[in-house]
Ligand binder design. Structure first.
Ligand SMILES: Nc1ncnc2c1ncn2[C@@H]1O[C@H](COP(=O)(O)OP(=O)(O)O)[C@@H](O)[C@H]1O
Ligand SMILES: [Mg+2]
Length: 315
């Protein structure tokens, strides 16, 4: 495999099954150095499993991958020293204090002056005076900040964050993202999984996974453009819109009919087929129809529906 210094992650044909259940299938992924790369997809789509393979915690059944030029199968030890990994449920010790958690990480990574390193990190976090607090008593937002501080303590070149903002309040989420931008500006590469659409839009590039397959990847506007999706936005009485959604959802040519606030967004990948399917309803005076540029969320809904349909045919 090419040892390209501009590339932080390169995975080719990664596959993993548990029993008969294929969890990640033939996944290709390239993340450039310094990039903030978003990993999107519904629960169970294989995001965590992919991350675990990339950090060398789980061996792929097929395929290969390199992170920072190191093989994820054969160079795990070297790799782990250079990758930060923040797991989905923040791997902190609740019965240790803030300082003890950081000191523990410093010692695991053999960092010089572990006590001072932990104390410096506490100051940088703005947690002065709370170094003695038990981690189990911290709020979700503070746990998240501490987990991030622990993950970057060894100064990794690549950081994998698994749903780092799940269950964290909006202010803490914004602060968190500011911090991520600062880290990326200093050259850190970040792969981050998320469910939040605004966070997807903050990433330089994204990948969308469903049922273990990568359905789309690229910059947000590329993903939108490549989908070929066309969308109508319909307004009207909420009850009428709900009936319309139910009637139209399974029509040929329509791959999404989703309420969004007080409107309904209806889309499909073939403009002619979409317009043909919606024609009878567009003459209905109860509704107002307007063409609308597709959003990333529209595209994800459309891709998921498409994948569900293909899966139904395959099984
Ligand atoms: N160790 C395991 N043994 C069996 N099934 C697993 C294991 N780990 C994950 N899975 C299953 O693999 C699927 C993908 O899981 P995961 O990678 O955690 O998805 P995501 O992070 O996108 O929610 C899920 O259906 C999950 O139940
Ligand atoms: Mg997960």
């Amino acid at each position: 495999m090419a040892n390209d210094t501009d590339i932080a992650i390169r995975a080719e044909g990664l596959s993993k099954r548990f029993g008969d259940f294929v969890v990640v299938e033939d996944l290709n992924l390239t993340v450039k150095r310094g990039e903030i790369y978003g990993f999107l997809g519904p629960n169970g789509s294989g995001k965590t499993t992919t991350m675990r393979m990339l950090v060398g915690l789980l061996e792929p059944d097929h395929g290969r991958g390199e992170c920072l030029g190191l093989d994820i199968r054969t160079e795990r030890d070297a790799l782990r020293r250079r990758i930060g990994y923040m797991t989905q449920h923040f791997s902190l010790y609740g019965d240790l204090t803030v300082e003890e958690n950081l000191e523990f990480v410093a010692r695991i990574y053999n960092l010089p002056a572990p006590v001072k390193t932990a104390q410096d990190a506490i100051r940088e976090l703005g947690l002065e005076g709370r170094g003695d607090q038990l981690v189990s008593t911290l709020s979700g937002g503070w746990k998240q900040r501490l987990a991030l501080a622990a993950a970057i303590l060894p100064k990794p070149e690549l950081l994998l964050l698994d749903e780092p903002t799940a269950g964290v309040d909006p202010k803490a989420r914004r602060d968190f993202w500011e911090h991520i931008y600062e880290l990326a500006a200093d050259g850190l590469t970040v792969l981050v999984s998320t469910h939040y659409m605004d966070e997807a839009e903050r990433c330089h590039r994204i990948a969308y996974l469903a049922y273990g397959k990568l359905l789309a990847s690229g910059a947000g506007d590329e993903v939108i453009g490549n989908s070929g999706l066309s969308v109508w936005e319909v307004s009207g009485d909420p009850g009428d819109l709900s009936d319309l959604a139910a009637n139209i959802r399974d029509e040929e040519g329509i791959s999404m009919a989703t309420p969004f606030g007080t409107r309904l967004r209806i889309g499909g990948p073939d403009k002619n087929a979409l317009d043909h399917a919606t024609q009878p309803y567009r003459d209905d005076s109860r509704f107002r129809w307007e063409p609308s540029p597709p959003t990333l969320e529209d595209v994800f809904i459309h891709l998921l529906r498409d994948a569900q349909d293909n899966r139904a045919v395959a099984s």
